[in-house]
Design a protein around this ligand. Structure first.
Ligand code: 0O2
Length: 244
């Protein structure tokens, strides 16, 4: 004799199974995977190349800054290719056709480069240096530093196109570049982890969101105070060099 709990568990399992069969394993999805694996892998390889191009550009800029100003504006550079799972979720959310051309045309963050800087000013300087390069085309700019998201999220997002040179062709590929300070990155990483915790009761969510927003304000304040300290040190260095 099954208990009520076991019956409920069985219903949940069956519903989940049915959902996967009907949604994720639809004929359309299976056709897409079996017919497009090679072109899809090729597309991902192109995105990896584009990501490397952008990463190299930032490494070069960092080198040049360290020679010229005796400091590195970039703390870390992280790169990632969007997982198949996230790409599929985005296709569903944006309700776009399930084919390679449509993925390339509509999903702009398959290749992602995150540049973590020491100060907010460095973010704008590096963004400008990147955009001034003659092989870079700006597609979209979202400034969540000047206009933070309601969650408190701050970061400068650029979607750029960069050419990659293949054996017989030149191809322009889109890359999403996210610029953050260490404080912005610290907040976003923790907020992301907390947001995806599945066992937080709905009743606690509102309170947590308010708390996270407060933490975002504190991190913005910290960024601005650190930037002021740097400016003061630099100003005093200038005075010293004039006096000498
Ligand atoms: P992942 O794994 O980081 O790629 P769009 O891409 O235009 O369809 P949207 O939401 O308008 O969708 O893009 P937007 O605002 O430029 O933000 C996309 C990315 O920014 C997210 O990627 C996150 O990396 C980051 N982000 C945006 N808002 C938040 C936030 O409130 N908190 C945190 N921690 N990160 C945020 P994905 O696709 O979610 O995932």
């Amino acid at each position: 004799m099954e208990t009520g709990r076991q019956v409920m568990g069985k219903i949940v399992r069956e519903t989940k199974d049915r959902f996967i069969r009907e949604n994720l394993l639809s004929d359309q999805f299976i056709d897409f995977v079996s017919g497009n694996m090679l072109p899809f892998d090729t597309l991902l390889a192109y995105y990896r190349c584009a990501m490397m191009e952008i990463e190299t550009k930032f490494k070069v800029l960092n080198e040049q800054f360290s020679l010229r100003y005796d400091r590195n504006p970039i703390e870390t550079i992280k790169t990632r290719i969007k997982s198949m799972n996230s790409i599929m979720k985005k296709i569903r959310r944006k309700d776009i056709p399930l084919d390679i051309d449509s993925i390339e045309k509509n999903i702009w963050d398959i290749a992602g480069v995150r540049v973590v800087c020491s100060f907010s000013e460095d973010i704008y300087l590096l963004a400008q240096c990147l955009l001034e390069q003659d092989d870079i085309t700006l597609i979209e700019r979202k400034d969540y530093i000047k206009n933070p998201k309601p969650s408190g999220y701050r970061s400068l997002h650029l979607i750029v196109e960069v050419p990659i040179f293949l054996q017989n062709e030149k191809r322009a590929m889109k890359v999403e570049v996210q610029f953050r300070t260490i404080a912005m990155d610290f907040w976003a990483s923790l907020e992301h982890k907390i947001r995806y915790k599945k066992n937080i009761p709905e009743s606690d969510m509102e309170l947590l969101a308010a708390e996270l927003l407060d933490c975002a304000d504190i991190s913005a304040e910290l960024d601005s105070r650190m930037e002021n300290i740097r400016k003061r040190i630099e100003a005093s260095k200038e005075v010293e060099s004039i006096v000498k």
